[in-house]
Ligand binder design. Structure first.
Ligand code: HEM
Length: 451
């Protein structure tokens, strides 16, 4: 039922079109903030995260999560961001108890205890939002009926399929959508811009395409996206090389089965190594090179599709449990990347050279950059495109300046508590972990996705 409600209210073609103005408004807020950056380098990933979270918040809750965009402060924003980062860090920890079940009860690293504590904080945070919404209804600033109001209205009503919604389910759904739908999109865009900074000839080609399609006197809109063939290839290549969920989500085998001669016992937990599949040298030419042309006519995979149809590149997973928010994620990533490339030239802080830009990965549930991308955005469109309030420092910009210190601490904690992907033993990087056992099971790009 929850998947159905979300498909209709968030991810259907109609919902995507209805909320187009919200995505575009939030992207415009971001571009205005970037245009005012001045001489201080911006933490691009952080600004992107504010943008994706606010866009989702407006659709789901009828209001922004991080402030109201008008310059006022929102103390809840810091708390929320901190909790999401902590969740990603904890979810990425190599938890000994998961691999040696006999030791699970000892909770050697304290992961379970921290998760319980975090759960209580999330519960209180989301509980307050739900209660507040019950009183105010969808009387927020938005014109549409938001997802939370719909959920509350069906809460105690049978759904016609014998199901009921409880407050716990509503809170769990909000949490899932916010954690699954914000960092994934924003980190993909951050990687795309980093790759383009490292490859200035590709940046120039993309800007040429954007100037031809959009011109220089307005921002990109959703309606331009189908015409941006080269930008689309850049995004496919980013999804291939930097999949935001490198080990997908854990799945459990419903039945015992055999794949490529390997026995998979019933109830075994499976992690599909999306990251390794997309770097398989038997499938991809020069797999470690960033080459968008491979997805263009004349390239090695001109028709490859990232939406779960070609198992060689499955950033959204595949099969029945494929990413529920794929349609929204794709739109947001395309709109943001195209806008950032079109509206700005990008320079690295003094002393940094593009060819030597640090592209290391941190290990967590989502694939973060080890070092956040700090950049100078240089506007390249007509000044009126960036709005008239040039003297006001935007809310988003201020937030990033304020939180730069905490960002560093968050990143440091990511480093400390996560295992670097490259430091994982080879067998772990290429084989899925099977619950309580490690049967020798070799990941294959021809993996049967039926489980
Ligand atoms: C670049 C953007 C995104 C990427 C790369 C991505 C990737 C993924 C992946 C790999 C999975 C696991 C699929 C599997 O187990 O086979 C997943 C699941 C999921 N994603 Fe996304 N996602 C993105 C954006 C979003 C957005 C915008 C939302 C919602 C607002 C969302 C909501 C979900 C949910 C609810 C699930 C769980 C589905 C289930 O288990 O039934 N995702 N995503």
């Amino acid at each position: 039922m929850l998947r159905k409600i979300c498909s209709v209210h968030l991810f259907s073609g109609k919902a995507l079109d209805d909320f187009r103005h919200i995505r575009q408004e939030e992207v415009a807020v971001l571009t205005r903030a970037l245009a005012r950056a001045g001489q201080t380098p911006v933490n691009l990933g952080q600004l992107l995260n504010v943008c994706t979270t606010n866009a989702l918040g407006r659709v789901m809750l009828g209001r922004r999560v991080f402030g109201d965009g008008s310059g006022g402060e929102d103390p809840k924003a810091d708390e929320f961001k901190e909790m999401v980062v902590e969740l990603m860090v904890l979810a990425g920890v190599f938890n000994i108890g998961d691999f040696v079940p006999a030791l699970e009860w000892l909770d050697l690293q304290g992961v379970a205890a921290k998760m319980k504590k975090l759960h209580a904080r999330f519960d209180a945070f989301l509980g307050a939002i739900v209660e507040e919404h019950k009183i105010s209804g969808s009387a927020g600033s938005e014109r549409h009926v938001d997802l939370l109001s719909t959920l509350i209205s069906v809460r105690d009503n049978a759904d016609g399929e014998g199901g009921k919604l409880t407050d716990v389910e509503i809170k769990a759904l909000l949490l899932n959508l916010f954690t699954a739908g914000t960092d994934t999109s924003s980190s993909t865009v951050e990687w795309a811009i980093a790759e383009l900074i490292r490859h200035p000839e590709m940046m120039a080609q993309a800007q040429q395409e954007l100037d031809a399609v959009v011109g220089r006197s307005r921002l990109v809109t959703d309606l331009d996206l189908p015409q941006l063939t080269y930008v689309q290839a850049i995004i496919k290549e980013t999804f291939r090389l930097h999949p935001s969920t490198p080990l997908s989500l854990p799945r459990m085998a419903a039945e015992s089965c055999e794949i490529n001669g390997y026995h998979i016992p019933k109830n075994a937990t499976l992690l599909v190594n999306v990251w390794a599949i997309a770097r398989d040298p038997e499938v991809w030419e020069e797999p470690l090179e960033f080459r968008p042309n491979r997805f263009l006519p004349g390239g090695e995979r001109p028709n490859a599709d990232v939406r779960g149809n070609d198992f060689e590149v499955i950033p959204f997973g595949a099969g029945r449990r494929i990413c529920a928010g794929m349609s929204l994620g794709l739109r947001m990533v395309h709109l943001l990347t195209a806008t950032l490339v079109h509206a700005f030239n990008w320079e690295l802080p003094e002393g940094q050279v593009a060819e030597k830009l640090n592209m290391d990965e941190a290990y967590g549930l989502t694939l973060q950059r080890a070092a956040p991308l700090m950049v100078h955005p240089r506007p390249r469109l007509s000044p009126q495109v960036f709005g008239k309030h040039h003297n006001l420092k935007s809310r988003a910009m201020r937030r990033v300046n304020m939180t730069n210190k905490s960002t560093k601490t968050e990143r440091e904690s990511l480093h400390l508590s996560c295992i670097h992907l490259h430091s994982l033993p080879h067998w772990l990087r290429i084989r899925p972990v099977l619950g309580k056992f490690f049967p020798s099971f070799r990941m294959s790009s021809h993996l049967n996705m039926k489980f």
